[in-house]
Design a protein around this ligand. Structure first.
Ligand SMILES: [Zn+2]
Length: 209
């Protein structure tokens, strides 16, 4: 340290006897000084060997194996179904289809996938969370449809239908296209984006120079 201060006072930059020449920029994360060789970079930012190996380790652990996809699927479906039913109940209780809440179904599907797969991310986990989000929204539509359909059928036809009646289930595909508004396309898109974002793996480029 003393030597470098003397050098800076003399205003003569001399790389050969300046100890600062032995180090590159400080580590982007912990600000420790980094030895000039080997120089580790992530996305062009210099990192000390410890931070570099920790990030590399975390990054590699995000890659899923087959069992991670199944685990993620379970969490994603639970999240999407619970939030989908809550959204449907809000629609039924308020009488308004608060479409933007559907975005939450995508978000919670993504959270579920990441949680039960212990932090796995990437295209396969994105496919999983998007599928869960769509199924959650479909279930929500079924709950909304079923509520009104069952009410009306039971009153007018004196039937005892429930959500699990084969007749109600068989009518759902016929009514589904009629239940879609152009706004639904937007909410579905936003829900998918939320699900994809939650399970996206940040692109990292590792370099050792
Ligand atoms: Zn560091």
């Amino acid at each position: 340290m003393l030597e470098s201060e003397e050098n800076s006072e003399s205003d003569v930059p001399n790389a050969s006897d300046n100890p600062k020449a032995e180090v590159e920029n400080p580590c982007s994360l912990c600000e420790e000084e980094i030895p000039i060789e080997p120089l580790n970079r992530v996305n062009g930012r210099p990192l000390c060997p410890l931070c570099f190996s920790q990030i590399q380790d975390t990054y590699l652990k995000q890659k899923p194996v087959l069992t991670d996809i199944f685990k993620g699927l379970v969490g994603g479906l639970v999240g999407a179904f619970v939030s989908g039913i809550i959204w449907a109940l809000i629609v039924i209780w308020t009488g308004y289809e608060i479409g933007y809440l559907a975005t939450g179904v995508g978000f919670i599907a993504g959270v579920g996938v990441v949680m039960t797969s212990k932090g796995k991310r990437g295209p396969l986990m994105q496919l999983t969370s998007a599928t869960c989000a769509l199924l959650g929204l479909l279930l929500a539509k079924y709950v909304i449809f079923g509520h009104f359909f069952i009410d009306q059928a039971n009153q007018e036809l004196s039937t005892q239908l429930s959500y699990f009646s084969p007749f109600v289930l068989s009518q759902f595909p016929l009514f589904l296209p009629k239940m879609f508004s152009p706004f639904d396309a937007l909410w579905i898109l936003l829900a998918l984006i939320a699900a994809l974002k939650m399970t996206e793996q940040q692109k990292l480029v590792f370099e050792t120079l």
